[in-house]
Design a protein around this ligand. Structure first.
Ligand code: NDP
Length: 334
């Protein structure tokens, strides 16, 4: 098998030189473990944070060690009860072709609901992020205006689609004219704009003239400040991510208009989807989003890059907006 190691820690934007492709031996599972052949691996924005040597809610990656992340794979060899050769599973062990781990780190997945890679996207961690963040924190009501940034990405695309299903007026921002067209024509957004075309505040003036009830923030920075400026009284801001700042080498200034949170009685709430408190929602998430997928009320959108050697490129591309929907790397066929 092969694996991608972190060769050096990126300064600012990651480059190919920060990664190294390494030949490895395929490990044997011990009692209670399974050997998994990875079919699809995920690249996610949070991995950029783990490449820095700082304490956060997940420990940093180590230089000279394989990177890690979510995968969908197939069991090759099982020494664990309840798992058999050929089973499809999702779990850890990304950035390598094979992985051995205790079976309790894996979940069996049903290949009948969506595509296998959907378990890295709409039916996986980003999907759960959209579901919990929008419904439990944003609490959108029918008729309200929901604005989501990073709208053509994995999380943002589902946030917008769920908000539409809940009867909201939905506006999204993304980084190209093609993505804006995708939001309007494929995902059913009521309006959308390219944030690279001009100031976000002006675009919100045009697209949300009556104000915003729920802002789902994937981006931070200018988007956050401009949204605060357009929030209605008692509006909710869901702080999901701040990708405009992940490559920053010095802290960015905060929103200069935060005082408006007082005047407009806003709620700003951050969350981390893997927290214990959100896990009781997993069955609801799988039932609802799985159902919407089957009924074709929600679209599964992904950008697929082929081959482990292309994984660094996929990750670097993700931070540059090369993806529409979930960015995944295909490593093997079932
Ligand atoms: P996406 O699929 O949205 O991919 C990242 C996108 O970010 C790119 O496609 C790009 O799109 C956009 N982007 C990059 N740089 C900028 C910038 N400077 N300004 C605006 N947009 C930019 O990734 P995910 O859906 O996986 O993640 C979306 C957000 O959700 C991230 O902030 C992530 O950290 C966060 N997240 C948080 C979780 C939690 O538990 N709180 C869990 C999972 C994700 P474009 O072309 O539009 O610029």
């Amino acid at each position: 098998g092969r694996a991608i190691h972190l060769k050096s820690r990126p300064q600012g934007e990651p480059t190919a030189a920060n990664f190294e492709l390494v030949e490895t031996t395929i490990p044997e599972p011990a009692e209670g473990q399974i050997l998994v052949c990875n079919l699809f691996m995920s690249v996610d924005p949070y991995m950029r944070g783990r490449m820095n040597d700082v304490k956060s809610y997940v420990p940093p990656f180590q230089v000279g060690q394989p990177l890690d992340g979510g995968v969908v794979g197939q069991v090759v060899h099982s020494k664990a009860l309840g798992f058999e050769e050929g089973d499809f599973v999702s779990g850890p062990g990304g950035w390598r072709e094979y992985h051995v781990a205790p079976a309790n780190q894996y979940m069996k997945v049903d290949p009948g609901v969506g595509s296998l890679s959907a378990y890295l996207g709409v039916l996986g961690m980003p999907g759960m992020t959209a579901y919990v963040g929008l419904l439990d924190l944003g609490k959108p009501q029918a008729g309200e205006t929901v604005f989501v940034s990073g709208a053509a990405g994995a999380v943002g695309g589902l946030v917008g689609q769920i908000a539409k299903l809940k009867g909201c007026r939905v506006v999204g921002s993304a980084g190209s004219a093609e993505k804006v067209k995708h939001l309007r024509e494929e995902l059913g957004f009521d309006d959308a704009f390219n944030y690279k075309d001009g100031p976000v505040a002006q675009a919100l003036e045009r697209t949300c003239p009556e104000g915003i009830d729920v802002y789902f923030d994937n981006v931070g920075g200018e988007h956050l400040e401009a949204s605060i400026g357009k929030m209605k009284n008692y509006g909710r801001i869901v702080l999901c991510g701040a990708i405009s700042q992940y490559n920053a080498t010095a802290p960015a200034p905060g929103p200069r208009n935060l005082m408006l949170a007082v005047a407009r009685r806003l709620t700003l709430q951050g969350f981390i989807v893997s927290d214990e408190r959100h896990q009781e929602r997993r069955p609801d998430f799988l039932r609802d989003v799985g159902g919407w997928l089957r009924e074709k009320k929600v679209k599964e959108v992904e950008t697929v890059v082929e081959g482990l050697d292309k994984a660094p490129e996929a990750f670097i591309g993700l931070l540059r907006g090369h993806n529409t929907g979930k960015m995944v790397v295909k490593l093997a066929s079932p």
